[in-house]
Design a protein around this ligand. Structure first.
Ligand code: SF4
Length: 294
C-alpha cells in the first residue's frame, strides 16, 4: 500500500507534540549531557554516552550514572587533569555487558589522553569527522572517526589488536553496519533543536545517517517505509532519504519521538490492544490495520 505522506507527517507531528517535553529526556541517554552547560562537557559526555548506548536504557543509565558522578561537575576538566593511573577518580567503574572493567579503564585512559592532546576549545571532535575541506562525507567520515579511536586505543593497550569489548565499543571502521551509536552522537551534536545540542556547524542535519536502533528498525517496517529485513549502512542512508521527503532540511527530526514509541509506549511491533488502541501512529501502522481491519 502506498504511503500517505500527509497522514504520516501529521501523525509524526502529533507524536512530536506529545514527547517534546523535558521530562521525557530521562527515558534516553541524552539525559546525561543535558546536565551540563559548558559545550566541552556536553560534547565529552555525549560521546561517552552514545558509545555505551547499547542495551536497554535502564542498563545504560545504571552503568553511566556512577561514571559521571565520579567525573564530577566537569567531566571534561576531570579527564584533562587525569593521570595515567586514574588513582583519584572513576572508583566506581564497572563491567558493562561486552566491556570488562579493564576495557573500560583502557577506554577512559585513552579518552583522557586524547583530550589532553586537543586544544581546549569547542567543538573538540568535529574536525575529526570532516575532511581537509571541512566536509562530512557520511559513512566514510564515521569510519575515519572510528579508525582514529581504534589507533588511540591500541596505543593505550600496547597491542596491535583490540579486545572484543573495546572493538565493540567503537565499532569496526570497515563494517557495513548502520553505525547507530555514532549516528546518534552526530544527531545530538549537529541538530540544533529539541532535544539536540547543535554544537557542530560544518555538518548539516540532512547529511547524518538515520540512527537505526532496534526500535526504529521495527517501526519503519510496520509503518511501511521499508520491507527490508536486515539493516546496514545502506539502509541508514535510505531511511534518512525517506524522511527527507517529509523534512528535507532535517530528516532526523522525528528520531527521538519515534524511539519513544518503543521505549515508553512499549510497542513490540505486534498488535497489543491496550497499547495499540491509544497509539498516535495507529492510523499509519500496518500491524494495527491488519489486526483491526482499519
Ligand atoms: S499501533 Fe501498535 S504496533 Fe503499531 S506502532 Fe502503535 S503500538 Fe506499535
Amino acid at each position: 500500500m502506498p504511503i500517505d505522506f500527509n497522514l504520516l507527517h501529521s501523525k509524526l507531528e502529533d507524536l512530536r507534540k506529545k514527547y517534546e517535553h523535558l521530562h521525557y529526556l530521562d527515558s534516553d541517554p541524552i539525559c546525561f549531557p543535558k546536565r551540563y552547560k559548558d559545550p566541552l562537557d556536553i560534547e565529552v559526555v555525549s560521546l561517552i554516552s552514545c558509545l555505551y548506548a547499547y542495551g536497554n536504557v535502564r542498563s545504560i543509565q545504571g552503568f553511566l550514572k556512577p561514571v559521571f558522578l565520579d567525573l564530577g561537575p566537569s567531566p571534561y576538566q576531570t579527564l584533562r587533569r587525569a593521570d595515567k593511573t586514574f588513582s583519584t577518580f572513576l572508583k566506581n567503574l564497572k563491567v558493562y555487558r561486552f566491556q570488562t572493567k579493564t576495557d573500560n579503564q583502557i577506554f577512559f585512559q585513552t579518552f583522557a589522553r586524547v583530550l589532553q592532546g586537543l586544544d581546549a576549545k569547542s567543538p573538540l571532535f568535529e574536525s575529526k569527522l570532516t575532511n581537509g575541506q571541512g566536509n562530512f562525507v557520511g559513512e566514510s567520515s564515521i569510519s575515519i572517526f572510528q579508525s582514529f579511536w581504534e589507533e588511540e586505543l591500541k596505543i593505550t593497550l600496547g597491542k596491535r589488536k583490540l579486545t572484543y569489548g573495546l572493538q565493540f565499543l567503537i565499532g569496526k571502521p570497515e563494517a557495513k553496519s548502520p553505525k547507530k551509536r555514532l549516528s546518534l552522537f552526530l544527531r545530538w551534536m549537529v541538530r540544533n533543536s529539541y532535544p539536540d545540542f547543535g554544537l557542530y556547524q560544518n555538518i548539516q542535519p540532512n547529511q547524518i545517517p538515520f540512527p537505526l536502533d532496534v526500535h526504529i528498525q521495527k517501526l519503519i517496517q510496520i509503518l511501511g517505509i521499508t520491507n527490508r529485513k536486515s539493516f546496514g549502512a545502506k539502509e541508514a542512508y535510505l531511511i534518512k532519504e525517506f524522511f527527507k521527503k517529509i523534512n528535507p532540511a532535517d530528516p532526523l527530526l522525528y528520531d527521538f519521538y519515534l524511539t519513544r514509541v518503543g521505549i515508553i509506549e512499549r510497542c513490540t511491533a505486534k498488535y497489543q490492544k491496550d497499547i495499540c488502541e491509544v497509539c498516535y501512529l495507529k492510523e499509519v501502522c500496518l500491524v494495527f490495520g491488519s489486526a483491526t481491519g482499519n
